[in-house]
Ligand binder design. Structure first.
Ligand SMILES: [Fe+2]
Length: 269
């Protein structure tokens, strides 16, 4: 199965700029740095990397899950020590309190829309909260597409993902702790009505078994989707629409999504 988001790689117009934001302000540890590339490791199981590109950027959207008991502290830290300006909803509020949790949004220097989200149903003590932001895992990556219906079908048929909040212009496609936010390019990102352009990105999913990898290969072949395989890195990659997907075998424990009490990973009675 797909267990989690293992890596997100985005383009940037300034490696120094992202270093100042993600390392200087958010205090993410740096695991790799060169003139045109930098990688941060906000949690043990997730890497966020940026490559300098001389091209205009379409901002990405991604969300980190934090423990419910820490949410208030994290929001306070972000605004004080983190020096981050949180975005406002049209009515002026900053924290959105929804049925199953709370969230806040802010932007980095490239305009990427970041979110800190928490859910009261997530069991604490399963994954260790990491860093000043107490991050448990990367929960969401946004995928603006022309056809939400076609794109989510791919997540179901190739990755065996479950769907939630299904509508013609929006859907969550869920596998393990990863939530792909499949949204129409015509639907703007909240809370600042930001146009949903498709960012250039590489998305790496952690996979728990080579059996699953083999099933993905069969599904891709059946759909005539070309893929490349790197046996040494135990990695598979392919492109769907404008998005680059990678699957890599990792040691992320397969039972974590169930232990966290994620709704689509709960054991059926
Ligand atoms: Fe989000």
């Amino acid at each position: 199965m797909i267990t989690h988001f293992l890596q997100l790689q985005l383009n940037t117009v300034s490696v120094q700029g992202v270093k100042q934001f993600y390392h200087g302000q958010l205090r993410f540890p740096i695991v790799y740095e060169s003139d045109n590339e930098i990688a941060f490791q906000p949690t043990e199981y997730f890497t966020l990397s940026f490559i300098e590109a001389a091209e205009s950027l379409a901002p990405a959207h991604f969300a980190f899950e934090v423990p419910y008991s820490e949410f208030e502290n994290v929001v306070n830290w972000l605004q004080s020590a983190g020096g981050v300006t949180l975005l406002k909803w049209p009515d002026g509020r900053i924290i959105d309190d929804f049925e199953t949790g709370m969230n806040v949004y802010f932007r980095d220097g490239d305009g990427n829309l970041l979110e800190i989200i928490t859910h009261h149903y997530i069991k604490e003590g399963i994954l260790a909260p990491s860093g000043e932001l107490k991050i448990l895992y990367l929960r969401e990556i946004g995928f603006p597409v022309d056809s939400v219906i076609d794109f989510r079908k791919f997540f179901v048929e190739i990755f065996n993902f479950k769907l939630d909040k299904v509508s013609d212009n929006f859907t969550f496609a869920i596998g393990g702790t990863s939530h792909a936010v499949v949204t129409s390019k015509k639907r703007k990102w909240i809370p600042i009505a930001m146009t949903a352009l498709p960012p250039t990105m590489k998305v790496v999913f952690g996979v728990s078994s080579s059996d699953f990898m083999d099933k993905v290969k069969i599904s891709l072949s059946a759909k005539c989707i070309h893929f490349d395989e790197n046996k040494e890195d135990r990695q598979l990659n392919f492109k769907i629409n404008e998005y680059n997907f990678y699957l890599r075998l990792t040691n992320f424990p397969e039972e974590v999504p169930t232990l966290l009490n994620l709704p689509y990973s709960r054991l059926q009675p």
